[in-house]
Design a protein around this ligand. Sequence first.
Ligand code: UDP
Length: 236
Amino acid sequence: MNTKYKRILLKLSGESLMGEKQYGIDEKKLAEYAGQIKEIADMGIEIGIVIGGGNIFRGLSGTAQGFDRVKGDQMGMLATVINSLALSSALNSAGQKARVFTAINMYPIGEYYSKWKAIEAMQQGEIAIISGGTGNPFFTTDTGSALRGIEIEAEVMLKGTRVDGIYTADPEKDKSAVKFDKISYDEIYNRGLKVMDLTATTMCKENHLPIIVFDMDTPGNLKKVMSGENIGTLVY
Ligand code: UDP
């Protein structure tokens, strides 16, 4: 099968792993994602993955509970490691090799991340799950995935969400919202759209990493995007 891309960075939010749950990880959702990811790995695509941690902990919400922001962010980064271990386990169960890298050295939970080790893993047919965000507080995993996507020389960053693209307004709140097939980085700024945080968007813009926002909750969609079907929104 023809694929449009040779190497990608897939960003999954922590919340997407919750499925129907209010907190934590839904094993069914995880297995479903693992199946979709294996499907495109079988097409020969090299895959790096960054997962968020919002299903477990967010630094900013921690400050509202009285936590120090830096400690809260460190808790959030650890949450991304938990999610990454869970996804690697689900991928292994689906018969797909995967390796967890960590932005902060915590061997043997994962391997200390370097661009070269991640690329080597992908070239050997293993999925590189790059956890721990950027390793620094005051950043998000959107920025972490922009950073890692640029570093590993991915051709595109895929942002799997529960919405099927970028709209003029939040389609879950505003019925008159219209979807974009594609949109420039600048238009995102100008319209004040909340696709990703501005740090992440700026990094992608400055380093020419296109983003595709698509609905990852419909099984088979990841493969469709990889085959070049225009089912989400392209940011260029
Ligand atoms: N985080 C951080 N630095 C990073 C990435 C993440 O401090 O480089 C922390 C931050 O507290 C954030 C939490 O980890 O709230 C979880 O990440 P994020 O909110 O991006 O997860 P998502 O919304 O994608 O589930």
